[in-house]
Design a protein around this ligand. Structure first.
Ligand SMILES: [Zn+2]
Length: 324
């Protein structure tokens, strides 16, 4: 703790498939933020060099002796003990020793975790999980991921794949998922899953104002378009969001029945449409949850928004982060 007092800052890096966000953090405050595109097509070296450059820029004007370390939240399967990115499909990476390379480039300690787990750390330390011991954070965006804090510890799992909630099966004969299986949770409730559902309905001739918004081209359907149509009262858009909410409620009931956390936070772009999602979510959750697990206010909205992975990665260098 003595040493930490001399090191007020930590860097948090959110490494995504399209952008790298680096934050110079003091606790939950981002003092300076640098965002740069991810040169994913140019290979791991180019991406790592872009991260190093952005990190140096974020640290301009301060001594590196004031920085406790560099935390990285990366999409994919990560070994948090070694900081190796085992598999990251959005970056086309296999077995990249990310922590080792960043450490060599920045001469600072480096820790790497999965990005949803980094966001979970932020939510647990500074957001809607603050002060709890058992907390679940579910991210509903293009895909669906989650992070679990149980008994105050972040769950990694035997092969570091804990929290892949988007791929729990909710319908054995459901539509195909990108993972190669059928009927996964994210086929129904993720942004991409909803877009595909609407496209299929349009192709099958279902009448909807979405058809006018996308000028007859189902490939132009996005989450934003579905939200616009829902606000106009379009029945296909509303039914799609009710369906997403129903499966969200079912998944939450299952998680809650099994683990009985104090709270489940929902974040991600899809939750911007929560006014259309929550009624069917709550109805399905209450229908499927084990009665002894049901309490008020189980489900809340995530408090840390788009910077959650940056803040949570930096928090890996706090003495009390839940992974320790
Ligand atoms: Zn799947």
């Amino acid at each position: 703790m003595e040493v930490r007092q001399n090191k007020p800052f930590a860097l948090g890096i959110d490494l995504g498939g399209t952008k790298i966000a680096v934050g110079l953090c003091r606790g939950e405050q981002i003092e300076k933020k640098i965002v740069t595109p991810t040169p994913a097509n140019s290979g791991p070296e180019a991406v790592i060099n872009a991260m190093i450059k952005a990190a140096r820029e974020a640290m301009t004007g301060i001594e590196s002796s004031e920085v406790a370390g560099v935390g990285v939240g990366a999409a994919g399967q990560i070994d948090p003990k070694t900081g190796e990115v085992i598999y990251a499909p959005n970056l086309y990476w296999n077995h990249v020793p990310l922590a080792e390379k960043l450490k060599a480039g920045l001469s600072l300690p480096v820790k790497v975790v999965n990005d949803v787990r980094a966001a979970t750390i932020a939510e647990y330390r500074y957001g809607s999980g603050r002060g709890l011991s058992d907390f679940v954070n579910i991210f509903v965006g293009t895909g669906i991921g989650s992070g679990f804090v149980l008994n105050g510890k972040l769950l990694d799992g035997a092969t570091n794949s804990a929290g892949e909630i988007g791929h729990i099966c909710l319908e054995t004969d459901g539509p195909p998922c990108g993972c190669g299986k059928k009927g996964c949770f994210e086929v129904f409730s993720s942004g991409r899953g909803m877009e595909r559902y609407v496209m299929t309905q349009l192709v099958h001739g279902v009448k909807s104002s979405i058809n006018d918004i996308v000028e007859g081209d189902p490939r132009k359907v996005t989450g934003k378009v579905i939200g616009m149509a829902a606000r106009e009262g379009d029945e296909l858009a509303l039914a799609t969001l009710r369906r997403a909410g129903m499966y969200l409620g079912l998944a939450i009931a299952n998680v809650h029945t099994m683990l009985n956390p104090q709270r489940i936070a929902l974040g991600g772009g899809v939750m911007a449409l929560r006014e259309f999602i929550m009624p069917s979510l709550i109805e399905a959750m209450e229908k499927h949850i084990l009665p002894v697990a049901l309490r008020d206010n189980i489900v809340v909205m995530a408090a840390c928004e788009e910077d959650a992975a940056v803040i949570g990665s930096a928090a890996l260098f706090c003495a009390t982060h839940p992974g320790r």
